[in-house]
Ligand binder design. Structure first.
Ligand SMILES: [Zn+2]
Length: 197
């Protein structure tokens, strides 16, 4: 299982830091025990160019399970970084063609189409969760546009600005959104682990 953690570095900074990256030592998602660091693995990340990241693993000695500790710019199961996927989804919602978005992002057409389809299928769930998180953080629900995809995008902006204001979160709206849903922005999981207090 992947645990998404806040990270103040850019993907390139993270890649350059290698083993020197400092990640917080998290608690086990199953039993809440403090976990120990348990080595690294290398994974590619495409942000236009492809770079390689060294990702920490942590292990729970009670559950005997290891978890990947991934920075908030990585979407589990996806090669492309959130800074590529997020704006691509926004551009397609703003009537850019899938082909134009794919070309601009430097990804195959089918990849961009996959982002759009998955986001559309999850938009209602994401919208309700991000709006609930916005309210839990003490902000008001913004004036909502028409269309469930547009509402989900509006909710991502709202939770981003609420997190920066109320929690001092760093990073852009998409990184914060990826963090809030534990990396499940585009997953097939129908029950994302909302962190909304
Ligand atoms: Zn455990």
């Amino acid at each position: 299982m992947a645990i998404v953690l806040p990270c103040s570095m850019t993907p390139s900074e993270f890649a350059a830091a290698g083993r020197e990256v400092e990640m917080p030592r998290p608690h086990c998602p199953n039993c809440s025990a403090r976990m120990s660091f348990w080595g690294f693995y290398s994974r590619p990340l495409r942000i236009g160019d492809e770079i390689r990241l060294l990702v920490h693993r942590a292990r729970c000695s009670s559950c005997r399970r290891t978890h990947a500790l991934i920075p908030d710019f990585v979407v589990p199961g996806r090669l492309d970084g959130i800074e590529v996927i997020g704006p691509g989804i926004e551009q397609m919602a703003n009537e850019a063609t899938t082909l134009a978005v794919a070309q601009r992002a430097g990804v195959p057409y089918t990849t961009a189409r996959g982002w759009r389809r998955r986001f559309v299928s999850r938009a209602e769930l994401l919208a309700s969760g991000f709006l609930a998180a916005t309210v839990a953080l003490g902000d008001l629900v913004p004036r909502l546009p028409a269309g469930v995809v547009e509402i989900a995008l509006c909710a991502i902006k709202a939770v981003g600005s609420a997190s920066r204001r109320r929690l001092g979160a760093v990073g852009d709206n998409w990184r914060i959104a990826n963090l809030v849903v534990g990396g499940h922005l585009l997953s097939t999981n129908t029950n994302p682990p909302w962190i909304c207090g």
